[in-house]
Design a protein around this ligand. Structure first.
Ligand code: NDP
Ligand code: MG
Length: 384
């Protein structure tokens, strides 16, 4: 039986991996909506290849270009933030949330509200909205399947078990490209060095987040919402090989781990086929060649981001949204050559110091906190 799917962020790294799986399993999928921000030509090509019903660009200014590339086809073209939400409201068996940043929040909330099962890659949306999103999930009985490799691993390790029996959830972190760098080397790190991740091929923003360890900080908050065992049962360990994607330790002393190649098609496939399994063309693990797996405690002196995220998670309310927004602004500024690498976490920390919003109760509240935190972080760039 064919299943219907929409992919938000179809032109990105997660979008590529998802569509590659669908390409190899074409007969089983009916593609409804595909979206991009402004990669109109690439989006149109994908929409034609996958015979999508509708293609949407988030940036309305790119709609004429999308229309031009889709002319002569039956595929609908749309643009703008509202069009993204309207597309997310179309009923599908699976909506893949793979837009980067808080920009993906509104369409993700709309898909949840519709009751569409959501494969969530867009961690910034959950970090920012927190309980506002998890409440909506509960209210609409929506299934949220984690795509992020760590959370997908934890999800698999928890299946058939009881959260009350969990002693520890341990998120593994590769440590990123700068794991062994000195503070002085971090000061001088360039965008090109930061996006060259040793194990994973990802979009620019998450690659920088991996280099600062903010990715693991955001994932800590993401795990807190997805797997409510309490903050004191969540921890992070550095595991440079990225073979164990995360672990769950139970009260009897048994630890379950999920292992796999560093290829996002593996966790994505587990969400596409859930609760069954599907074939992938991913390289199988060759543990004899890998030889050794190593583990280290995180160094929060050189990489303060995980500490900032833990503190933001403990503070709760709108604070994680402030952290996320300030980080998005700082990462964009770093990628544009405006600030140094070490200023990313410094700007996030200073924004958190100056802005403690009341707990958001609605999507509108979350977006207001996000906007205010962006404005404040933007001002800090001026003096950075
Ligand atoms: P990319 O930068 O590769 O792709 C981002 C996608 O979002 C593109 O389709 C882009 O469109 C679209 N987009 C960007 N900005 C906007 C906007 N303002 N409005 C609407 N659409 C927008 O990112 P990744 O695929 O790497 O990451 C996507 C999400 O998945 C992130 O939240 C990331 O943290 C998460 N994730 C990614 C992993 C990975 O391996 N890449 C692993 C785990 C999680 P356009 O092409 O037009 O710019
Ligand atoms: Mg991850």
């Amino acid at each position: 039986m064919t299943r219907s799917i929409s992919i938000f962020g179809a032109t990105g790294s997660i979008g590529d991996s998802t569509l590659d799986l669908i390409r190899h399993d074409r007969a089983n999928w009916n593609v409804v909506a595909l979206s991009a921000n402004c990669s109109a030509e690439k989006l149109a090509k994908l929409a034609i290849e996958f015979d999508a019903q509708i293609a949407v660009v988030g940036d309305e200014a790119c709609l004429p270009e999308l229309r031009q590339h889709l002319s002569g086809t039956q595929i609908e073209a749309a643009g703008g933030a509202q069009a993204l939400c309207d597309a997310a409201a179309r009923p599908v068996d699976l909506a893949v949330a793979a837009i980067v940043g808080c920009a993906g929040l509104a369409p993700t909330m709309r898909a949840i509200e519709q009751g569409n099962t959501v494969a969530l890659a867009n961690k910034e949306a959950l970090v920012s909205a927190g309980e506002v999103m998890t409440r909506l999930v509960a209210q609409h009985g929506t299934t949220l399947l984690p795509v992020d490799s760590e959370h997908n691993a934890i999800f698999q390790c928890l299946e058939g078990n009881n959260l009350d029996d969990v002693r520890w959830i341990t998120l593994t972190a590769s440590g990123g490209p700068f794991r062994t760098k000195t503070m002085a080397e971090l000061e001088a790190a360039t965008p090109a060095q930061a996006v060259a991740h040793p194990n994973w091929d990802m979009g620019a923003k998450i690659s920088v987040d991996s280099a600062t360890m903010m990715n693991k900080g955001l994932e800590f908050i993401e795990a807190f919402h997805l797997f409510p065992v309490g903050l004191d049962r969540l921890r992070i360990i550095v595991h440079p090989q990225s073979i164990i994607h995360s672990m769950v330790e139970y009260r009897d002393g048994s630890t379950l781990a999920q292992l796999g190649p560093s290829d996002m098609r593996v966790p994505i496939a587990s969400t596409l086929a859930y609760p069954a399994r599907m074939d992938t063309t991913c390289q199988p693990l060759d543990l004899a060649t890998i030889g050794n797996l190593s583990f280290f405690a995180p160094d929060e002196e050189r990489f303060p981001a995980t500490r900032l995220a833990r503190e933001a998670a403990h503070a709760g309310g709108g604070t994680p949204a402030v952290l996320n927004a300030a980080n998005e602004v700082a990462v964009a500024a770093f990628l544009a050559g405006q600030i140094r690498f070490t200023q990313i976490s410094a700007i996030a920390a200073r924004t958190l110091d100056t802005y403690v919003p009341p707990a958001p109760q609605s999507l509108g509240d979350v977006l207001a906190v996000d906007a205010e935190a962006r404005a404040r972080a933007g001002e800090m760039l001026e003096i950075a």
